[in-house]
Structure formats: structure tokens, C-alpha cells
Design a protein around this ligand. Structure first.
Ligand code: 6GU
Length: 246
């Protein structure tokens, strides 16, 4: 997968992409991340990327020309065909595990980081194919959002994680939060690991984990539980468990 990121602050990306899973995926040649400075696609002496909003008002707006030129220049370097051109903006669709799963099979992605008061509307309308927000809060720029998207997508690319197994039990993969995890020691400061996890009974362990995931989701994220796929027995079990607690 090749990921091109267009932004105003390329240095922000150096550390996050040089650690952990993303670094390993780069080193193994599974992903190639190319950072571009939008300012390199300006032609005036001051390398101007923004201008006053037409119609007046506060703040500045990113000009369309450098962004269009950057995207077009990058497209010349990569294999032809439709690729997602994603504008990172608080106005985009919400980024979720489902969106990460949707982007993971793509061979190429282009991410455009917005800034200031916004981006000229013509970028959304005639250049971007998608708009993504990472949550309902405002960041000063799209760079951090791009890092979040890249991290979540890259770990889903086949071959990036050691075992694909661990993906299936991740929080959110099946619409539930993950079950509680423990490692040794069996007792720490008097707090014991649940005995079922030490029983060696894999059927019992699976059942316990599934129920803990459902219970945890019900307690913390009832909004997710309503959408999750549960069996009739599980729905019955969780509604009984919740009513017994009260
Ligand atoms: Cl993608 N950009 C900015 N500037 N703020 C955000 C965001 C993106 N997602 C949530 N807040």
C-alpha cells in the first residue's frame, strides 16, 4: 500500500511513523508512506498557501491551486486509476473501525490535511473523493488525524501484524469492546487472575470472554451494543444480567 500525505507540517510525521507497527510495515516494504509539503506547490516568493475568505469573516482559507497541483503531480508518479483522495476535516464522515477496514484493501491512498478556518470548497467538490473526521472535536490541523487514520489502517493490511488472529478479538472489530486481558503473575498484590482463565478449559474461557465483552459493552457503550450482532440467547442473558445488577 502506498500512502501519500499532503500537509503543511511534514515534520510532524517523522516520529509517529518511525516507531512500532508502522515502522515495521515500512521496513518490510508492505507500506510506503510519502509525505508532501503543500507549500512546495506554490510559485510566489512567499510560498502562499492560504488567503482571506471570499465574502469576509475571520481566519484564512487554504487556496485550491497548490492542493490541486500537488495531487496532480503525485498522480503522475503512481499507477493510474481511481484512488481514494481523502480530505481530513471535522466536517467529514466519522472514522470508525469499519472505515479502517474499508480502506485497508486499497493499494493506494491519498490524504489531504486541512488547516486554518478551512479549505477552499472546490477541493472538496472537485478533488476529494471522501472526507473523514476522527471525532467530534476540533484539531488545529489534519496532520494528527492523518496519523490516526494511517495507524488504524496499516495494522489491518495483511502481513503487517504478526498474527491475524489478534485482529479478530480487537475492540470494535465485531462491534463489541474487547474482553479483559490478564497475564502473569496469577496473583498481584492480592488481586487474582479470574480462575476460569487458568482452568485450561477452552470452551469455558471462550464463553467467559464473550460474556465479559458483552457486559463491558453494555456498561460502557450501550450505543454499540444496540448495533452489535448477538444471538437470541446472548440478548436474553445480557438483559437478565443487567436487571440483576439493579
Ligand atoms: Cl480530520 N481535522 C481537524 N482539523 N479536526 C478534526 C478532525 C480532522 N477530526 C476531528 N477533528
Amino acid at each position: 500500500m502506498r500512502i501519500d500525505i499532503l500537509c503543511l507540517f511534514p515534520d510532524m510525521f517523522s516520529s509517529p511513523f518511525e516507531q512500532s507497527i508502522v515502522k515495521r510495515a515500512k521496513d518490510r516494504g508492505i507500506i510506503n508512506i510519502v509525505i508532501h509539503n503543500i507549500r512546495d506547490y506554490t510559485y510566489d516568493k512567499h510560498r502562499t498557501v492560504d488567503d482571506y475568505p471570499c465574502g469576509g469573516g475571520p481566519g484564512m482559507v487554504l487556496k485550491p491551486e497548490p492542493i490541486f497541483e500537488a495531487v496532480e503531480a503525485i498522480k503522475e508518479q503512481i499507477s493510474p486509476g481511481e484512488i481514494p483522495i481523502i480530505l481530513l476535516t471535522p466536517q467529514g464522515r466519522l472514522f470508525t473501525q469499519q472505515v479502517a477496514q474499508e480502506l485497508a484493501p486499497c493499494s493506494q491512498l491519498m490524504l489531504i490535511c486541512g488547516h486554518y478556518e478551512g479549505v477552499d470548497e472546490r477541493v472538496r467538490e472537485y478533488l476529494a473523493t471522501d472526507e473523514i473526521s476522527i471525532g467530534d472535536y476540533v484539531l488545529s490541523g489534519g496532520e494528527l488525524a492523518a496519523m490516526v487514520v494511517v495507524d488504524a489502517v496499516v495494522r489491518l493490511v495483511p502481513g503487517v501484524l504478526g498474527s491475524q488472529m489478534s485482529l479478530n478479538t480487537d475492540s470494535h472489530t465485531d462491534g463489541l469492546l474487547e474482553y479483559p486481558q490478564y497475564t502473569r503473575p496469577k496473583a498481584y498484590r492480592g488481586w487474582s487472575v479470574p480462575s476460569v482463565l487458568l482452568s485450561g478449559n477452552h470452551g469455558e474461557i471462550s464463553l467467559w470472554r464473550r460474556r465479559e465483552a458483552i457486559l463491558r459493552t453494555a456498561e460502557r457503550r450501550p450505543d454499540l451494543l444496540r448495533k452489535a450482532i448477538l444471538s437470541t440467547e446472548e440478548r436474553k442473558w445480557i438483559s437478565e444480567s443487567l436487571s440483576n445488577q439493579r
